[in-house]
Structures are given as structure tokens and as C-alpha cells.
Design a protein around this ligand. Structure first.
Ligand code: OSB
Ligand code: MG
Length: 369
């Protein structure tokens, strides 16, 4: 396909509920979208960077800069055979996986539309229905958290993830487990702890938590391996895994027993599948993480989750948990028993609500031949 036109677009949308993690609170999302065209068809991708460098170093503004100054000049006007070949065009650019991944996702959507097939089938997926979990931010009180969990359980979600941080951990998890003895429960620390905190994790070992997600520093694997040796609950890595090579090494040293795959964090579908394969070959289950995406990023996450080794419920939930109005039509719907059905339409399988998208756009830039 000839890449004849690329458009960057920043939209702003308010979350229905502010989302608090150990690194901060998000009320309003700034989301960078990428549209690619081959002259007749279009594909859409989402850059999953946040507003500030808190989850990782990338932000909406760094991604815009890297895309417009370095990535787009390397692909605009080029003939790219298959989306897998994109990696070679951007190989010289170090890091900035979310910037790379946003355009890569758009290329996959475009290729699927060119072939007239659903993206999940093009990716090689087999799960026609994916299992959904929810990620619940830090709440003002434990009572409030218990109410939110009850609502999500009533809505059918199959796994509840709560955010933890020092001071919002052992007692919180104890009470959640006491109130909900049977739910699949996981805890995400977003790197808020150090090895000094091993006793807190040993205390939480008693509550049958399915996994502790990214307890330690985002650049660490060694201390995670040490922590894993000292606790029973599996560790799941999120922030520390940027590639299939990272996954291979983390598994080899025993730093985790589960891996969360995020499209942006690993730089796109090609690397996401490579991480998936490394994990599958070593008996490590994976699940799809979320980054408070708009419907465009969400649709890509759903397609990715169709791969066989996505055997645990992901953080891929209904549009209505996040947004009053969605940029895609239909919005992402979750069934009463906590699943999302794959779309049978070409590409990522949802239509773009063009006029709503225009109404939430704050800037755009078109680069074309
Ligand atoms: O660590 O998984 C995370 C949101 C923003 C940044 C990091 C994370 C998250 C979530 C939310 O947990 C998942 C979602 O509902 O999109
Ligand atoms: Mg996480």
C-alpha cells in the first residue's frame, strides 16, 4: 500500500469518573489519533500516551513531536507491503513505542479494510468473544470502593482489578476480600513500592489475589524476581515490558508469572503478537491492558485480545464506563455475562462518528503527498 496521507488529530474528552492511580488523577483525557490513507481507504489508530509523563515517559505532546518530525517523514509516500514491514521503517528511532504504535495500529486497520476482513482475523485471532474485567481507581473511602465493585459485579465483569498504593493496600484488600469472597481479584500498584515493602505483599498473600501487577519500579526486573521468590501470589508485569525480548528475559529470571500486554507500550500489533508468542511458548498467560482509550484504541484492544493466549480477562470494558459519548458507532458493548463479541466488519469493525470527532478536536495536522 502507498501511504499517501497521514493525519494527526488531538481530541479532548472528559471521563465520566475521574481515575486515580498511585501516580495521579485523570479527569480529562487528551487523546492523539492517527489516520492513514492509501488514496482510497483509511485506517485509524490511537496513541495511548497520557497527558503527563507519569505512567511512562511518553506524553501526547512528545508523541505528536516524534510522529510529525521523525516517524511520518519515514513512511509518507512510501510503499509498505504489509503492516509487519513498518517496523523496519522506524527501527532507527529509539523508544517512543506509543508514538510508533499509534501509526502502526492505523496501518493494520487500513490493511484489514483493503483486504475486506476483520482486523482480529488478519491478526490471526481465534477468540470470537473476549472476557472483560474492570480496573477501578483509588476511591475516597473503602465503603465507596465496595459500592463500585458491587456495581461492576452486577454488570457482569469477570475480574475486578483495584489500584493500590502505600497506605491504600493491606486493609483495603482485606475488606474487599471479606465482602466479595469469590470474585477474581487483582491489585495494580503502578510501581509504587520497593523491595522494602515485601512484608506488605506477604500480608496480602493471604487474600487469594490473582496477581499483583507491577509492584516495583518500571525499569526493574531483578527486584521483581526477588519479590516473586518471597511471595506466593503471581506477579504480573505491565510497565517493565516493552518488547518480546523484555518478556523473554523477565520470564527467564522469574520476575513474573503473568504479563499484561498493551499495544502502545510495546509499539503496536506486531510486537504485541511477539510478546504473546514468547509468553505462550513458555506457559505464561497474558491479558490485554487498557489506557483509558477512546473507542478507536478500545477497538484495537478487542481485536488484539482475540489471540489464543489472551486467556485471562483484560482491562477492556464497555465505552459507557468511560464516556458520555463515544467516537465510534456502535459503542463498545459488554454482555450481561462480561464478554465483548468481535465485530465481523472489515478493519477494526466500528464506524467513526465523524461529526462528533470534529466537535471534540482541538488540533489537527495533515501530512500528504
Ligand atoms: O496500569 O493498567 C494500568 C490506566 C492508565 C494508565 C495505566 C493503567 C490504567 C488502567 C486503566 O488500569 C485501564 C482501563 O480501564 O483502560
Ligand atoms: Mg497496570
Amino acid at each position: 500500500m502507498l501511504i499517501s496521507r497521514i493525519e494527526l488529530r488531538e481530541i479532548r474528552m472528559r471521563l465520566l469518573h475521574p481515575f486515580e492511580t498511585s501516580f495521579g488523577v485523570t479527569h480529562d483525557r487528551r487523546i492523539l489519533l492517527v489516520k492513514v490513507s492509501d488514496g482510497s481507504l483509511e485506517g485509524y489508530g490511537e496513541v495511548t500516551a497520557g497527558e503527563g509523563p507519569f505512567y511512562c515517559h511518553e506524553t501526547v505532546d512528545t508523541a505528536w513531536y516524534i510522529l510529525s518530525e521523525f516517524i511520518i517523514p519515514r513512511v509518507l509516500g512510501k510503499e509498505i507491503g504489509k503492516p509487519d514491514e513498518y517496523a523496519a521503517f522506524v527501527a532507527g528511532i529509539r523508544g517512543h513505542n506509543m508514538a510508533k504504535g499509534g501509526l502502526e495500529a492505523a496501518l493494520w486497520d487500513l490493511e484489514a479494510r483493503r483486504q475486506g476482513v476483520p482486523l482480529w482475523k488478519l491478526l490471526g485471532g481465534s477468540r470470537e468473544e473476549i472476557e472483560c474485567g474492570v480496573s477501578i481507581g483509588i476511591q475516597p473511602t473503602i465503603e465507596r470502593l465496595l459500592q463500585v465493585i458491587q456495581k461492576e459485579v452486577n454488570d457482569g465483569y469477570r475480574r475486578i482489578k483495584i489500584k493500590i498504593k502505600p497506605g491504600w493496600d493491606v486493609e483495603v484488600v482485606r475488606q474487599v476480600r471479606a465482602a466479595f469472597p469469590r470474585i477474581l481479584l487483582t491489585c495494580d500498584a503502578n510501581s509504587a513500592y520497593t523491595l522494602q515493602d515485601v512484608d506488605r505483599f506477604r500480608m496480602m498473600d493471604a487474600f487469594e489475589v490473582m496477581m499483583f501487577e507491577q509492584p516495583l519500579h518500571d525499569e526493574d526486573m531483578i527486584d521483581h524476581a526477588e519479590l516473586q521468590r518471597q511471595i506466593r501470589t503471581p506477579i504480573c508485569l505491565d510497565e517493565s515490558i516493552h518488547s518480546a525480548e523484555d518478556a523473554r528475559k523477565a520470564i527467564a529470571i522469574g520476575a513474573c508469572r503473568i504479563i499484561n500486554i498493551k499495544l502502545g507500550r510495546v509499539g503496536g500489533h506486531r510486537e504485541a503478537r511477539a510478546v504473546h508468542d514468547v509468553c505462550r511458548d513458555r506457559g505464561i498467560p497474558v491479558w490485554c491492558g487498557g489506557m483509558l482509550e477512546s473507542g478507536i484504541g478500545r477497538a484495537h484492544n478487542i481485536a488484539l485480545s482475540s489471540l489464543e493466549n489472551f486467556s485471562l480477562p483484560g482491562d477492556v470494558a464497555a465505552s459507557k464506563r468511560y464516556w458520555a459519548e463515544e467516537v465510534i458507532d456502535p459503542p463498545v458493548l459488554v454482555s450481561a455475562n462480561g464478554t465483548i463479541a468481535q465485530s465481523m466488519e472489515p478493519g477494526f469493525g466500528y464506524a467513526i462518528k465523524t461529526s462528533f470527532l470534529e466537535s471534540v478536536t482541538v488540533r489537527n495536522q495533515v501530512l500528504s503527498l
